[in-house]
Design a protein around this ligand. Structure first.
Ligand code: TMP
Length: 254
């Protein structure tokens, strides 16, 4: 494939110009960062696994009518996506207390929340992605009230769907982060799920043992990081294992 022009390099991904107008190529690196890039490392094979896992999840979301930027996977580390205008928000959905919610509000990790909670963070590395309220978002014009209605509805649909999907393979979806983009079809604007959905952006705990199967293994130096990402892919039925098992769908856990 001809060398493509690089448009943007982030902490875990690179965006290249796509083959047609309105498309981009999203390349998944093995690089990992945490705490706003104060901690840096490499998780061998992460890019390949996240490319696969995000492809799988975005395709399942499209099947239930949740629009995403995903078009198709191109190779081991790259996927074709629609070019969108990224809304500068990290939208976090939480089902179980963990991470910054536990720290900020003093709620023990693992506490089931009375209902799913949606939080917005302003996507700005210099500021360390601060938590913001709807008031800030609409006042500063990052998104309109209508955009936020759409974002909230999509985030909750994704949460319900992914909670069930992961539960089916013995994993609790503790929390996750979504990003959204604006996609124009002629004059019409639609909000779509963008970026990636992977163990980098989700907290995934084994249902029986509470073992962490996500990037917290890297953030907290728990070891077996590569293995955790592989285990998620394996349970979703997308890690090539041996022969005929390669093409299997999700593995149902008892
Ligand atoms: P938090 O508890 O650190 O706020 O994280 C909530 C969720 O968002 C968790 O699943 C990890 C994910 N996340 C990201 O994807 N990117 C980030 O920069 C941060 C801070 C969290």
């Amino acid at each position: 494939m001809a060398r493509r022009r690089q448009l943007y390099e982030g902490k875990a991904k690179i965006l290249f110009e796509g083959p047609e107008p309105g498309t981009l190529v999203q390349y998944f690196k093995d690089d990992a960062t945490a705490f706003n890039a104060q901690k840096k490392g490499v998780i061998t094979g992460k890019g390949v696994l996240n490319n696969r896992i995000s492809e799988f999840i975005m395709m399942r979301l499209a099947e239930i009518g949740v629009p995403t930027h995903f078009v198709r996977r191109l190779n081991m580390r790259e996927q074709l996506i629609r070019e969108v205008e990224i809304i500068p928000l990290e939208v976090v959905v939480r089902n179980v207390a963990a991470g910054s919610l536990s720290t900020r509000l003093g709620i023990a990790e693992g506490t089931q929340l009375p209902r799913s909670i949606v939080e917005y963070y302003y996507k700005n590395d210099q500021l360390g992605d601060p938590l913001v309220a709807e008031e800030h978002i609409t006042a500063f014009g990052w998104a309109s009230v209508q955009d936020l209605d759409d974002i909230m509805a999509l985030a909750l649909r994704v949460n319900d769907f992914l909670s069930g999907l992961f539960l089916g393979v013995g994993i609790r979806l503790v929390d996750f982060k979504l990003e959204f983009g604006r996609l124009w079809d002629n004059e019409e604007m639609r909000i779509v799920v963008a970026d990636e959905i992977s163990p980098d952006s989700c907290r995934l705990w084994d249902l029986k043992t509470n073992e962490k199967l996500d990037k917290d293994r890297f953030r907290r130096d728990l070891g077996k990081v590569e293995e955790a990402y592989q285990e998620v892919a394996r349970r979703l039925g997308i890690l090539p294992e041996a022969g005929v098992r390669d093409l299997k769908g999700p593995e149902t856990m008892q």
